[in-house]
Design a protein around this ligand. Structure first.
Ligand SMILES: [Fe+2]
Length: 186
């Protein structure tokens, strides 16, 4: 029997937060980018939960799950943004940018990491193209706009000298806090 592929129809089971994106066009672009990354990296329903947040920086295996990480980063980022909007009585379209940015920020990890048997290691291209760059390339070829590409490309040390948008600061902070949390309980 062949591998059960992650598809258009079942990706919302894996990442239900996709449905928080209000723009249908952006939602579809995000789904296409994720499916592209899963297919390129060889991830499917049989192995997706083996994809870690980090290969060598997290020793607590129970907390080292990339899908869980992405979901909590979306939730932290959107909580921060909603609190600000509520406080200042604003309602901007940045909300979609932040959800999509958080959803896709680590999309490049599905290419950076590869699975051999049950063991995850770095792929051949990982030294030259780390996940912020690889992720931006995949997102770009699926029509994702520059503001979200900026979030993906700058969320790690690659972005240290870069300008930062409010949306990229929020996603980056949510990512760092979520990562620090799992490190705290090793
Ligand atoms: Fe992350």
């Amino acid at each position: 029997m062949g591998k059960k592929m992650i598809s258009n129809q079942n990706i919302e089971v894996l990442l239900p937060e996709i449905n928080l994106i209000s723009s249908e066009k952006l939602r579809h672009q995000c789904i296409n980018a994720l499916l592209d990354a899963f297919e390129t990296g060889g991830w499917n329903w049989d192995n997706i939960y083996l994809c870690p947040v980090s290969i060598n920086k997290v020793s607590n295996r129970d907390m080292n799950h990339q899908i869980d990480h992405v979901r909590i980063v979306i939730k932290i980022a959107i909580s921060m943004y909603d609190l600000l909007e509520e406080n200042y009585k604003q309602n901007s379209d940045l909300r979609d940018t932040i959800i999509a940015g958080a959803l896709l920020h680590d999309i490049g990890k599905f290419i950076e990491f590869t699975l051999k048997g049950d063991t995850v290691s770095y792929s051949d291209s990982a030294k030259l193209i780390r996940h912020p760059l690889g992720g931006a390339i995949i997102a770009s070829r699926n029509g994702i706009c520059d503001e979200i590409l900026h979030i993906i490309a700058t969320h790690s040390f690659e972005g240290r000298e870069s300008s930062e948008t409010l949306a990229s600061m929020i996603v980056k902070a949510a990512d760092e806090i979520a990562f620090k949390y799992i490190k705290e309980f090793e």
